[in-house]
Design a protein around this ligand. Structure first.
Ligand code: TYD
Ligand code: MG
Length: 453
């Protein structure tokens, strides 16, 4: 076997450099280089993710066999939604999240759900088999006879997989897995890259679906170089609002489905339960309408979701007023306040503005522009927005209200939850025949929209 070289490896992007430098020449991160071992250069024929499929023959796209591999549904519809319709054979899924959020619990439930239709294997490097057994018992899983294995050597794991030939494998976690061909510690960047590469190669060759659990760093990203996210097919994040029993699972990358798709679960004393009507979670249901609160309909992946946008506007004590956002984009708030000043003549320049989305939800789409401005104005004037009203729409720099995608679907969701009126962009006014039972108040300009409530 070739002798291993050492080099300085960037802990952020995984690039290598023969000498130590203060800044990574590839990704520009500071102080991220750590001495480590480089795996021996790959011999020819040991290519990237699709190795084994490339025999050097050029084909026409039409000749390529492309039968849609049947997806395997898990028994958790929220999980299937995030995956884009179930498990795809040969796919590698990376799932990250804070410790204790419920990754192991969720995956055990997924395995129990498909066992019988697919041969499964749960490989743990974090917990003893006793702990896994106790958890499964606590969950009251219908199948306590799930195949499990405690193993951390990737060579051993691959040998077992080659023998057992399962269709779905959970590896809990990728940080505990190590390869004998490198001396560096498990969880180091070179170990992570090498073990993930071996696992991905196995999945592509065998058609086995592999779910990898990844730890997250303090900043909330999956620990290890970003290249891990490039190597796998799907990246999911498991998130939670602090102190809440609700858990949101979100697709950040998905080669087999839509990104930003979201599934909602509640942690109970018998494991995770699906929440199939999550809209209600993100509203705080005030008895009386209160100033500074507006309900909007946002879209997360392929589903509309009602959320409450709150703003607090208060006279600023400092010369430099504060603008703070949670769950919304800060720069966008600055821009929207400038539009409010220029096109509606409302100056908040001497006011602090705080904006928040209830329930820890994050909104990255522009449909929240108009509700945010209405919430700010409502708080500024101390005038509540009626609680049967929803608002959505993008606000342009010229003070125009621009349409947002899937307007009708958003209106239907609002109507389903008992809202009676909606302020929407003129271009999102529904067709006559749409059958939406909601009074729609269309607006073309910001001044006009603000006069509608
Ligand atoms: P776990 O799946 O071990 O989290 P992770 O693998 O992401 O670290 O979940 C552990 C937490 O979930 C723990 O704090 C206890 C809680 N829990 C329940 O509330 N109910 C349950 O049925 C189970 C199994 C765990
Ligand atoms: Mg765990």
């Amino acid at each position: 076997m070739a002798k291993n070289k050492t080099a300085y490896i960037c802990q952020e992007c995984g690039s290598q450099s023969p000498k130590w430098v203060g800044q990574c020449p590839d990704c520009g991160a500071w102080n991220s280089l750590v001495e480590g071992q480089v795996p021996p250069a790959p011999r020819s024929g040991r290519g990237g993710g699709m190795a084994g499929l490339a025999d050097g023959r050029v084909q026409r796209l039409s000749e390529v066999a492309a039968e849609d591999a049947p997806r395997v549904a898990t028994e958790l519809a929220e999980m299937d939604r995030v995956l884009g319709g179930g498990l795809v054979p040969g796919a590698v899924i990376l799932i990250g999240g804070d410790p204790g959020i419920g990754k192991s619990t969720l995956l055990l439930q997924v395995l129990a759900g498909v066992e019988g239709r697919l041969k499964t294997l749960y490989i743990t490097g974090e917990e003893s088999l006793t702990q896994v057994h106790l958890r499964a018992r606590r969950l009251g899983l219908p199948r306590l006879d799930l195949p499990v294995l405690a193993e951390t050597s990737v060579e051993q794991v691959l040998a077992v997989l080659a023998r057992e030939k399962p269709g779905l494998v959970v590896l809990d976690s990728i940080q505990t897995l190590y390869t004998d061909s490198l001396d560096s510690a498990p969880g180091s960047v070179s170990q992570l890259r090498e073990t993930t590469a071996q696992v991905v190669r196995y999945a592509k060759q065998s058609g086995c679906t592999i779910i990898l659990v990844g730890h997250v760093t303090k900043e909330g990203a999956i620990a290890g170089p970003r290249v891990l996210e490039h190597m796998v097919d799907t990246v999911l994040y498991f998130e939670q609002d602090v102190g809440s029993r609700y858990r949101i699972i979100r697709a950040i990358k998905n080669r087999f489905g839509a990104v930003n798709e979201l599934g909602v679960f509640a942690m109970t004393d018998v494991g995770l339960k699906e929440v199939s009507n999550p809209s209600a979670l993100f509203l705080s249901r005030h008895e009386q309408p209160v100033a500074g609160s507006v309900i909007t309909v946002t879209r997360q992946g392929s589903r509309p979701l009602l959320v409450e946008v709150q703003a607090l506007v208060d006279a600023s004590a400092a010369g430099n007023p504060r603008r703070v956002t949670l769950g919304l984009e800060g720069n966008r708030l600055h821009m929207l306040l400038a539009v409010l000043h220029r096109h509606a003549g409302i100056a908040l320049g001497d006011q602090d503005v705080f904006a928040n989305v209830v329930g820890g939800m994050k909104i990255s789409e522009t449909a929240a522009d108009l509700p945010l401005l209405v919430a700010a104005l409502s708080s500024f004037r101390g005038q509540a927005v009626p609680n049967d009203l929803v608002i959505f729409g993008e606000v342009g720099l010229a003070g125009e209200i621009r349409p947002v995608p899937n307007g009708e679907e958003r209106l239907l969701e609002a109507a389903k939850h008992g809202f009676k009126r909606a302020i929407v962009p003129e271009a999102n006014r529904p067709r006559k025949a749409s059958g939406i039972e909601l009074e729609v108040l269309p607006a073309m300009r910001l001044e006009q929209a603000l006069s509608l409530w």
